[in-house]
Design a protein around this ligand. Structure first.
Ligand code: ASP
Length: 429
């Protein structure tokens, strides 16, 4: 009799639950935390490393193949413009939802003087390191972000996981070069990247076989390292505000996918569940990218050339969950300090949170570093970061789920648009 295997997302979910249960159990003993740190956490790190390991080769292979498969430059620039435009709109919606919620719920007003001082004292040194990293990023001119996209050396760029945009830039230019040279000269190069791409996809399948165990280790180590529960409860209303906003964003994606492509919310979320669970466990859109691509291409049936173009770019610049969180966090900190932000200051937060989320790297905690810049711009004390430190990791896990879901939703929309255009062109010829 053939064994019916449990779907991957259920396996991952079981792994997560088992990890949480295991950590809660062993932390009853004095040796529990050390056991997890020494013998369980390394497996989580190995799992994340293997996902990150595959990210750069995956972007190179799939983007070069994707761009060259498009076959013409006009198609590329139309898709590119539309994609970036859609990303900006979804980010704008996210920040606006965040701002409305934080102004209605006013979570900062419920923080007592006492809790505020406690939180500020407990996390003062952690905050300092975030402020220093942000300082380096701020001491640059307005066009620095543009300058940073063009690498001076592709090997260096590919060797640094925070330089994904540079690798994307190289891959797109390479793909354009392939379109522009004669077809017979391009063929062996294209064949090579086709084969290379297949190999990478196979490696991802292999890594995913370890996913349930990887997330077990990740969640177990997170639980034993997390701060005490009373800090959490002081920040409950703030966390609820962020999470409500994130849930609204998920509903927003479900409706745009339904309206634009006729795919029901159930179908959409079933299709991307493995990517969402992995985003939750790793807190990194970049580490999740291989699986997001797999889900979007194979389950949502978005054409390869569309998915392999949009998803790597989305993972780096489209972070709706992060921008929503930055807006809520900024106003929350202002409320906790009794600072009144007028409409102008809040509108400014829309702009800075959008830009800051674009500039955030797709790795754990990046959103918080960029939050420093949003705070500084709005004249809110940066030390206020200490107020939200305790709950940042769980919220990071949740906002990464939204970041990844947003990329998938936009891919479906753009695929529909490309399809429509192709049908029109076919009918016209
Ligand atoms: N961890 C998030 C991501 O990778 C970024 C952040 O909000 O910190 O998408």
């Amino acid at each position: 009799m053939k064994n019916k295997k449990l779907a991957l997302h259920w396996q991952i979910l079981l792994g997560m639950l088992a990890g949480i249960f295991f950590a809660l159990l062993v932390s009853q003993f004095s040796w529990g935390a050390d056991l997890v740190k020494d013998w369980v956490k390394p497996f989580g790190n190995i799992f994340i490393n293997s996902l990150k390991l595959i990210a750069v080769p995956l972007i190179l292979a799939s983007l070069i193949k994707g761009v060259s498969d498009l076959g013409d430059i006009t198609k590329l620039s139309q898709m590119g413009t539309r994609t970036v435009f859609t990303f900006i709109i979804t980010t704008f919606v996210a920040v606006s939802i965040g701002l409305v919620l934080v102004n209605v719920i006013k979570p900062g007003n419920s923080i007592s003087e006492n809790t505020r001082t406690n939180l500020l004292n407990s996390y003062a040194s952690d905050v300092q390191s975030r402020i220093e990293i942000a300082q380096d990023q701020r001491e640059t001119g307005p066009l620095q972000a543009l300058e940073d996209i063009v690498p001076s050396n592709i090997i260096f760029a590919a060797g640094d996981n925070t330089k994904m945009l540079q690798v994307i830039f190289f891959a797109v230019i390479f793909g354009i070069g392939l379109i522009l040279i004669p077809a017979e000269t391009a063929k062996p190069v294209k064949d090579f990247f086709n084969g290379f791409n297949e190999v990478i996809l196979k490696i991802i399948d292999l890594i995913m076989m370890a996913a349930p165990y990887g997330v077990f280790a990740l969640l177990a180590s997170l639980i034993v390292e997390s701060p005490s529960a009373d800090l959490f409860s002081a920040l409950a209303l703030y966390a609820i505000t962020v999470i409500t906003g994130l849930i609204l964003m998920l509903a927003f994606y479900a409706s745009i996918v339904w309206i634009s492509a006729g795919k029901t919310p159930k179908f959409f979320y079933n299709a991307i569940a493995p990517a969402q669970l992995l985003a939750f466990s790793t807190s990194s859109s970049a580490a999740t990218l291989p699986v997001t691509m797999d889900c979007v291409e194979n389950n949502l049936k978005v054409p390869k050339e569309v998915a392999s173009f949009i998803l790597p770019i989305g993972a780096t610049i489209n972070m709706d969950g992060t921008s929503l969180y930055q807006a809520v966090a900024a106003v929350f900190i202002a409320q906790a300090f009794g600072i009144n932000l007028d409409l102008g200051a809040q509108l400014m937060i829309i702009v800075t949170a959008t830009l800051a989320s674009i500039g955030s790297a797709a790795v754990p905690g990046a959103g918080m570093v960029m939050l420093v810049i949003v705070l500084a711009q709005a004249g809110i004390p940066e030390a206020g970061l200490a107020l939200i430190f305790a709950v940042d990791r769980p919220l990071d896990m949740c906002r990464t789920v939204v970041n990844v879901s947003g990329d998938a939703a936009v891919s479906v929309m753009i695929a529909k648009y490309v399809n429509k255009k192709e049908n029109v062109n076919l009918n016209a010829t």
